[in-house]
Design a protein around this ligand. Sequence first.
Ligand code: EPZ
Length: 422
Amino acid sequence: MEYLEIEGGKPLRGSVNISGAKNAAFPILSAALLMKGKMHIKNVPQILDVQHFLEILKEIGVYVERTDSGVILDTRGDISSKIKQSETHSLRGTQTLFGALIARNGKAFLPSLGGCNIGSRPIDLHIKGLRQLGANVDWSEGYLNGSADKLKGNSVYLDFPSVGATENLIIASVFAKGDTVIENGAREPEIRNLIDFLNKAGANIKMNGSGIIRIKGVKELSPVDFEIMPDRIEASTYLIMGAITGGDLAVNGVNVRDFEPVVMKLKEAGAIVDVKDNGSTVHISANDRLNAVDIKTLPYPGFPTDAQPQMMALLSISKGSSVITETIFENRFKAAKELRKMGADIKIENNMAFIKGVEKLQGATVEAGDLRGGAALITAGLAASGTTKLLNVFHVDRGYEHIEKKLQLLGGRVQRKTKNEI
Ligand code: EPZ
C-alpha cells in the first residue's frame, strides 16, 4: 500500500499548472455517447477515477485512446447498455452514463454507485426526474434499470440542486420529444461546461442564472472536439496549501470566477490574493498565521463543499475560533479525527465543526478516508512540524493528478513510498 511522507514547515513557492476538472470530465465523457463519431476531448486529468471511467467506456464498446493532452473517443460501435459491477471501478462519476445510455440506446443498467463515503448519496432525484421524462426506472438485483422508447420533454423540479441529477437530466433530455425545463437545477461551473459541450455538438440548451435550464429536444448531435474546464477544486486546494505554509504561489490556467468564494474566504483570513491574466492566474501569499473565519458550504455559487476539509486544516492553525457548517453532505468531517492526531482542536456537533486554532500542528501517521479529507491531511502535513505519513493515498490519487510531483515543484518535501518502508 502506498503512502506519502511529508516533511512539514517549508513554505510553498512557485507556480502550479492546474489540470482538467474531474467533475466536468465525467458528464462530458458520458454525453459523448450521444454522438456517433470520433472526437478529441482535451484536458482530461490523468487521475484514478478518470482512468476507471475510461476503462468502463472501453468495456461498453467505445474506442478510447489516451493522448498527452486528453482522450480520443470513437462512439460509432455497438455500445452495450449495461455497466458491469466492479469493485475497483466504483465511482460516483458513472451516474451520468445512465441518462446517456437511455438517450442513446433506450435502455440502461447501472450497478450501485461508489464514490467518497461522505454521506448516503441517494439517487432518488435522478430517478424521479427521469420518470417525469417518461423513463421506466427501478432497481432489480442490485442494478438500476432504465428504459424508454422515446423520452418526452417535461418540467422537472429538483427538491435539491443536485449536481449529478441535473447533469443526468440534461443529458437524457437532449433527444426528448419537445422541451424540458429543469427548475432548481445545480449551477456549478461543471454544468455550464457540459452544456457548452452539448451545444457545440448541436444541442439546444439554455441555463439562466437562477438554476432554470431549458432543453429543446433535437434529432441528433454531431461529434465535436472539446476542452474540459480547469479543476476549480484542485486550484482551491493549492491556494489553501500556499496559505497554510506561509508561502507564495500561483495557480495557472484557471477561471477564477469558478472559485470566487474560496478566494474571498482566503482574503478574509488575511492572505494576500491577486488575480492576474484576466482571471487565469491566481497568486497567494501569507507570511504569518491567518485569522479564523467561519465557513458555510452551499450549492454553487456558495462555498464549495469540496474545499471544506482543506479549509478545516488551514483553520486548525489560524488565530482564533472558527465554525464550519457543512450543508451538502452528512458525513464530511472525517478528516477532523485525523487532524486531532496532529494536535488540532476540533469539536464536531451534527453538521458543525468548532475549531480552535492552535500555534502549530505536529506531524503524525494519519489515514485518508476520502478524497478531499486526504487532501486536507496533506495540507496539514505541509505546515506541521516534523514528519507526516499519509496512508491510503489512493483516495487522493482519485482526484489529484501527480500531487507529489506538483508539490515537489513548489518546494514541498513530499515523497511517495510503499508500506513496507514504514
Ligand atoms: C458531485 O457529486 C461531485 N461529484 C461531488 O464532488 C460534489 O461534492 C457534489 O457534486 C456537490 O457539489 C461528481 O461530480 C462526480 P449532489 P453528486 O447530487 O452529484 C443529495 C469530489 O470530492 N442528493 O449534488 O453526488 C446528496 O445526498 C466529489 O470531487 C439526494 O438527496 O452531488 C447530497 O447530500 C465529492 N438525492 C446532496 O444532494 C439525489 O438523487 C448533493 O449531492 C442526489 C443527491
